[in-house]
Design a protein around this ligand. Structure first.
Ligand code: UD1
Ligand code: CA
Length: 473
């Protein structure tokens, strides 16, 4: 196999995004545009990957170095292009980083949905020998470089602004993706000039040079426009986002997932679904989410980095975010509506979490219930515990977090504060409104609140008018 190098062009300004953020860092499905390109390229096991940066170079380089670190992958190498004098000039900046042997694949940082299989086909066509171009038929080719052929043979790419009337009628355009031997790339790049309508060094001029040198030029046409569409504006970004989401939805539906409306469904990461999963409208999945067999997700849920066990029901408007620690929901659990599960929430089977209940870094054993308006943080909750409305664990003393242990079969009344560290003994009951600061014995009723008094024949005060406050001076 010929060694493969990848050059990703990402120095352009992206004026039409009208944003301070460099274009290639705008996100599609939760990942930077250029990250999509790099992740796809990673599937090709390249010898090296070089990103050409220019506008917002430091920001782009930082972002890519960070995400490489986060995923424990090698960061790409960077070549700066300042100023930006065209695509040929961009690739010239990468040349010092490219060995003389092998093949280079050139990609665009703002074309996020190119697929590995398409690139493999192009590399096959290149075969370590030939300049291979990826082309596409555009219904409206204005602005693109036209593929000029003589019969079947490719003769040149002519940029829109340099094209004559006849050439502008050509619908087959260059996608911005090519592969060729490093040896030839270097030879032809050295010969580029900027003698054209835009005064730029066009990478596409190397096609003419190949023809002049008697070198073969091959082209493969894709019929999947989405894969070669670039992002230049927020409108195009939203269009590609939706196209991508529809693709993901379709794949899941083909595996049997029932999605109420694929047009209102978003996966920004990876979603794994077992059999008979149902997902209602407007749900967003982020990071890595796994849904077990028969899981039902209600409308308007946002679920990130979580594992939802078989048979669990997540009612509408639930927010689950496991971040790094993850969230686990046990089999046949009932969550929501309006529940919030935070990192380290580990719920056993048949646990019920109701509306406006927040769980963070807590383990709940089988059948525990917290159905209304409650907070459990840094706690260990036993089986069948009933945690009343408005109860909270006071787990933070302003400096440190402390643990609350609620043993099996405890009932915590409404509006209790369990001041951690504290243990509520097995089978115990905590009276409503209690502030519990010391451990409670098993089976006991523990009450810690002001005693009720009733004052007979209480007369409410009469209304009197407050005298005005005298002004200054
Ligand atoms: C280029 C092609 C054109 C093709 C089109 C497909 C050339 C001369 N033309 O058009 O044939 O149909 O792509 O989209 O190559 N970039 C740099 N440095 C620069 C200029 C551009 O890094 O100096 C990067 C941009 O960030 C972008 C990519 O190169 O990722 C393409 O640039 P863009 O201006 O969009 O393409 P065109 O030159 O218009
Ligand atoms: Ca341009």
């Amino acid at each position: 196999m010929t060694a493969l190098d990848v050059v990703v062009m990402a120095a352009g300004k992206g004026t039409r995004m009208r944003s301070r953020i460099p274009k290639v860092l705008h996100r599609l499905a939760g990942r930077a545009l250029i990250q999509h390109v790099l992740d796809t390229a990673a599937g090709l096991q390249a010898r090296r990957v070089v990103v050409v940066t220019g506008h917002g170079a430091a920001q782009v380089e930082d972002a890519l170095a960070q995400s490489a670190q986060a995923s424990a992958l090698a960061a790409p190498q960077f070549a700066r292009q300042e100023p930006q004098l065209g695509t040929g000039h961009a690739v010239q900046q990468a040349v010092p980083l490219l060995p003389d042997d092998g093949v280079t694949l050139i990609l665009n940082g703002d074309v996020p949905l190119i697929e590995t299989a398409t690139l493999r086909a192009l590399l096959e066509l290149c075969g370590g020998e030939t300049l291979a171009l990826l082309t596409v038929d555009m219904p409206d080719p204005a602005g693109y470089g036209r593929i000029v052929r003589n019969g079947a043979e490719v003769r040149a790419i002519v940029e829109h602004k340099d094209a004559d009337e006849q050439q502008r009628k050509i619908r087959e355009v260059y996608t911005g993706v090519m592969a060729l031997p490093n040896r030839l790339l270097k030879r032809w790049l050295a010969r580029l000039n900027n003698d054209n309508a835009q005064g730029e060094y066009y990478l596409t001029d190397i096609v003419k040079m190949a023809v002049a040198d008697g070198s073969d030029v091959a082209a493969v046409k894709t019929d999947d426009k989405i894969q070669v569409d670039g992002v230049n504006s927020p409108v195009q970004l939203a269009e590609l986002e939706r196209a991508f989401q529809l693709r993901q939805a379709r794949q899941l539906m083909e595996q049997g997932v029932r999605i109420a409306d694929p047009a209102r469904f978003d996966v920004r990461g990876r979603l794994q679904c077992a059999q008979d999963v149902e997902i209602d409208v407007n749900c967003v999945f982020e990071g890595v989410v796994a849904l077990g067999e028969g899981v039902t997700i209600g409308a308007n849920c946002v679920i990130a980095n979580a594992n939802i066990g078989a048979g669990a029901v997540v009612h509408p408007f639930t927010h689950i975010d496991g971040e790094k620690a993850g969230v686990k929901v046990g089999e046949d659990a009932r969550i929501g509506p309006f529940a919030r599960l935070r990192p380290g929430a580990d719920l056993g089977p048949e646990v019920h979490i109701g509306n406006f209940v927040e769980i963070k870094n807590s383990t709940l054993a089988r059948g525990a219930k917290a159905n209304h308006l409650a907070y459990l943080g840094d706690s260990v909750v036993g089986e069948r515990v009933n945690y009343g409305a408005g109860a909270i664990t006071a787990n933070y003393d302003g400096a440190n977090k402390h643990r609350t242990v609620i043993e099996d079969d405890v009932h915590v009344g409404s509006n209790c504060v369990l001041v951690a560290p504290v243990t509520i003994g097995r089978g115990g009951t905590v009276g409503a409104g209690s502030v519990i600061t010391r451990d409670t014995p098993a089976q006991a009723l523990s009450i810690a609140r002001g005693k009720q008094v009733s004052i007979a024949n209480w007369k409410r005060p009469k209304k009197v008018k407050l005298p005005p406050i005298p002004g200054p001076g």
